[in-house]
Design a protein around this ligand. Structure first.
Ligand code: UD1
Length: 417
């Protein structure tokens, strides 16, 4: 089992270049099946989740070539409608292939993704939307079988702005007959990136980034090349790395607009942040200020994917902070591990109360999920003594060479098998 060992107490300084966004590239890779065309995608991060998506596309018959951070995909040879069960289990978000496959072949078989560490994460809104577009969906023995003679544009009102459901419906509607309107759509930047990719390939989609997305179905697609947006959560994580170590880090290849909620909270914590067009510099304060309230919300609210990292930071703040997690039901698993490192955290359902302590102390802790794992490594950077984080495979789902980048910034960190 891979572990990360951190000797805390070093200030991190230097520069980081942020990779392409995992949550943008995954739906874009799913979208490549739709058009029976060739796609060249740049800025594709080298991550476990991207590898799983690549394996799924290969199993569906697609031709793929990967050179560094470029991926070339030819979806003409698609010859399979079944998404391998073990790969769906490895990566929940592979479920967005349902919409893309329905658009391309009118038929798809996937296994049920099941729950995961951060809550039950149902897919009811995905299935409801696909049914409204005309798909017949049967769920039995853990499999989902979806079929549509013809997908027809319609008006879909989402009960909640789910990122995955918005993407799944957009993908299916791309080739549907007529116009689809998604209301209460998720507004995340990754959805705008998906719209941009699809429109370059010939789709007619507008409104992504707002809560109403309009998709006019088309049938002609062309070859496309696309540059993935930078990963705002990776950027945010390195911003916290600077803050928590008393450091000074320059973060390059960012879209400032996507980071506003994170910038605002780090400023409240006392950080000084400078930015120009596509880079920023985070200078830590001498002592972190507590934050009265962080509430996770759909974009442009504070991202749930940054909640764990901010919790790690607030464990050493001057005073008491409150975090309210409104997006996922069970996303405080990292709290009990932070407590092992000396943090003072109390959980009341979806609310965490964090009373700052003078310092954290190194301990043996376990990563339970991707962002929670990253938060423990961040805490280890600030703690006195040695922290050992096991189960770090979770962290590798979302960060390219995390320990090497941190080492490059001055951390005393190593990974062992
Ligand atoms: C995506 C991101 C994930 C991020 C999350 C919220 C990807 C690959 N993953 O996940 O990193 O944390 O957005 O920003 O992009 N829900 C339902 N029924 C549904 C769908 C969702 O009840 O059919 C609930 C979920 O359980 C959760 C909430 O809606 O409580 C938000 O989920 P959603 O926005 O769909 O997140 P994902 O797309 O799974």
């Amino acid at each position: 089992m891979e572990k990360i060992i951190v000797e805390g107490g070093r200030k991190l300084t230097g520069e980081v270049i942020v990779s392409g966004a995992k949550n943008a590239v995954l739906p874009i890779l799913a979208a490549t099946v739709i058009g029976a065309n060739e796609s060249t995608i740049f800025n594709v991060p080298k991550l476990k989740d991207v590898e799983v998506m690549e394996k799924i596309l290969l199993s569906l018959g697609l031709n793929i070539k990967r050179i560094d951070n470029m991926m070339w995909i030819d979806s003409k040879p698609l010859n399979n409608i079944k998404i391998p069960e073990e790969l769906v289990r490895e990566m929940r978000s592979s479920i967005i292939l349902m919409g893309a496959m329905l658009a391309r072949t009118g038929e798809v078989i996937a296994s049920y993704p099941g729950g995961c560490e951060i809550g039950p994460r149902p897919i009811d809104m995905h299935l409801k939307g696909l049914r409204e577009l005309g798909a017949e969906i049967e769920e039995s023995h853990g499999f989902i079988y979806a079929k549509a003679k013809e997908l027809k544009g319609c008006e879909i009102q989402l009960d909640y702005p789910s990122v995955g459901a918005t993407e799944n419906i957009m993908l299916a509607a791309t080739r549907a007959k007529g116009t689809t309107v998604i209301r209460n759509a998720a507004r995340e930047p990754e959805i705008v990136d998906l719209q941009n990719y699809l429109n370059k390939a010939g789709a007619k989609i507008s409104g992504a980034g707002t809560s109403v997305i309009i998709i006019e179905g088309v049938n002609e697609f062309k070859d496309v090349s696309h540059n993935t947006i930078p990963d705002r959560i990776v950027a945010g994580t390195y911003m916290v790395a600077s803050a928590i170590t008393g450091g000074e880090i320059i973060i390059k290849n960012v879209v400032i607009e996507h980071l506003q909620a994170i910038i605002a909270k780090l400023k409240e914590a006392g950080c000084i942040i400078y930015n120009d067009n596509n880079s920023l510099k985070v200078i830590a304060p001498k002592k972190i200020n507590s934050i009265e309230m962080i509430q996770t919300l759909p974009y442009p609210g504070f991202p749930t994917d940054m909640q764990a990292q901010m919790m790690a930071l607030l464990t050493i703040a001057n005073g008491t902070s409150i975090i309210s997690e409104t997006v996922f039901e069970n996303r405080f698993k990292h709290a009990e591990e932070l407590i092992r490192m000396g943090a003072n955290i109390k959980i009341f359902g979806r609310v965490a109360v964090i009373k700052g302590v003078k310092e954290l102390t190194g301990a043996k802790v376990s990563a339970k999920d991707l962002r929670g794992g990253a938060s423990l490594i961040l805490a280890g950077l600030a703690a006195r003594g040695t922290t050992v984080v096991d189960n770090v495979h979770h962290v590798e789902r979302g960060y390219e060479n995390f320990h090497l980048v941190l080492e490059g910034l001055g951390a005393n960190i190593e990974k062992i098998n």
